[in-house]
Design a protein around this ligand. Sequence first.
Ligand SMILES: [Zn+2]
Length: 297
Amino acid sequence: MDQIKLKSSLCEKCLQETQHKILFLHSVGSQPSDDYHAEEKYFTLECAGCGHTSFRYEMHDYEGGYTADDGEWIHDIVVKIFPNFLPEAKRFKRAAWFPDDISNIYVETTNAIKDENLVLAGAGLRMIIEAIAIDKKVPGKHLENQITNLQKKGLISKLDSSRLHAIRFLGNDAVHALKAYEKEKILLALEILQNLLTSLYGFEGMFIPTLELPINSYKEFRELVLKRIGNATNLKKDHVYTISAILGNENRRILRNTERFEKSLKKEIQAGKFKKLSIENAIHGAASSKTYYKILT
Ligand SMILES: [Zn+2]
């Protein structure tokens, strides 16, 4: 059996260079008699870590390169991976609650970087700042003033402000002078904007799942009761409580449905479908005529 050949390549799922099995390799090279010496390699690869399949193209230019520190001649290789992706954009968790206009220009900008359209990328980075200024209703005729006003409104720090001005210069060069910055600088600017987007919008949304939303269905009510029985420190096994005591300060989330939900809960207990509680009918000396439930062990 042929030994499986491995090749290091960037994996879209692992988001790092990993060893890949070479499933297929086709090579098209120049002949020794040709004037110019180059070779194209077409790979089908499978990530040895996650099994993701990708295509890799390499263009080996044997007539250009550099001498490494150890004296070895390294020829130039252009690598393209299909499907193409930008790890810096993939790693960033773009929150669903970013405003649409900002999300749209952000995606177009990262696509431009991915496709090496670096003039458009520079213009896009500038437009992300403009979109933020519009969303935050920051006054100012020009972006320069708007950035200053973002800082005055306390939305960004002084350090953020100078970084945004640097991105504005980069964007201006793209828009007015059609200048493309090196990809490293574009990626640095993208990272600055990603951090800014997270601090302006990311945390805002992160709180949503922890907010106390109203309980609208019996299913949610049932889950809440189970959660309270499991977590509330003041509720003890074998002790009896009213439904209000079981729910504690979560009562306010039920709004006007408590009676209806409690009725359904009782039915479930009586039918033996809810096994964490039993109904204690006659509680001698209890303070109210409410139904009491015993928390079962
Ligand atoms: Zn992988």
